[in-house]
Design a protein around this ligand. Sequence first.
Ligand SMILES: Nc1ncnc2c1ncn2[C@@H]1O[C@H](COP(=O)(O)OP(=O)(O)O)[C@@H](O)[C@H]1O
Ligand SMILES: [Mg+2]
Length: 366
Amino acid sequence: MATTLAPETPGTPRPPEGGEHAPVFSVRDLWKVFGPRADRVPGSPEAELPAAELRARTGCTAAVREVSFDVQPGEVFVVMGLSGSGKSTLVRCLTRLIEPTSGTLQIDGEDVLAMDKARLRDLRRHRAAMVFQHFGLLPHRSVLDNVAYGLEIQGVGKAERRAKAAEMVAKVGLTGLERRRPGQLSGGQQQRVGLARALAVDPEVLLFDEPFSALDPLIRRDMQEEVIRLHRDEGRTMVFITHDLSEALRLGDRIALMRDGGIVQLGTPEEIVGSPADDYVRDFVRDVPREQVLTVRRAMRPATSDEQDGGPALAPGTTVADAIEAVARTGGPARVVDGGRCLGVVDHACLLSVVAGLDGKEVAAA
Ligand SMILES: Nc1ncnc2c1ncn2[C@@H]1O[C@H](COP(=O)(O)OP(=O)(O)O)[C@@H](O)[C@H]1O
Ligand SMILES: [Mg+2]
């Protein structure tokens, strides 16, 4: 697992147990335009203009352009894109920290744009907690009090909030540091405090805006593992912004790739890497080690009748890298088996051709 970039089971997120498959967030045709008379831009002919021209003609910036997506319960939904592509604006629109210009927006089927002040406060405090890049910790307060802060705002009693905060401090691996001030912690430790604070209010969904961008690579890796572990243990829904492709591939069940305010592709890491929607995406993922993201589901071919029950069995989510090893060990093809059923087989030739991109539209220089 440590050597693979993609999560073990990419693809469609788990549906909630026994319930309806209602999305947590449902976003349709969302626009956020900054500038004078911004509300005239969505749907107008100018809206189609490139960013610089739109700005020259109208003085407006379309930070989010006609964006639609659902965030499913229990998934890590990554919003990826270069700096300035609209990621922060989009995620701030979800709780109306930034007021969208047009479009519709629901959380658990409830219209966010129709919420009054009290309901919005409740949304931000209880339902969708934000973890920022700049930790936003209170410098004069201890770690424990920082973690308890969100509960204090909610009016939770002192004993209860301290107990809850201590539990969250332990959960993010900061036991023993409860009485320190943020200034006495490393960047990674401060980010853990930020994470513990968001978790303490037990939100339905965690929103992360590039929380690890300022951290050193190794610490950053630790924090990513922390997020993966939290997600695995609790199945909490997360919306995670990053400009870093490897972080997106490591964390995301699905990734929305943004460019100039719009989503250019929305898919699993395997879909984005294996079937880029256009040249922009293809260029973006060019250096990704494909064998670590693509799985045997994409590489397999139909089994012949005598291949149906011989050879090693691989789960459909097995990475091509692992499958190459399995095939090399035995020399023959390996079966792709799901719930006892043989879906197909992979051999050396078909594994290597997906790595080389031969399943796609172009032959990548291998
Ligand atoms: N308050 C604002 N007023 C005007 N333009 C803004 C404002 N906030 C963001 N923008 C512009 O919107 C675009 C998207 O910004 P942002 O959402 O911060 O991108 P990202 O988070 O992907 O770096 C950028 O062109 C940025 O300059
Ligand atoms: Mg940003």
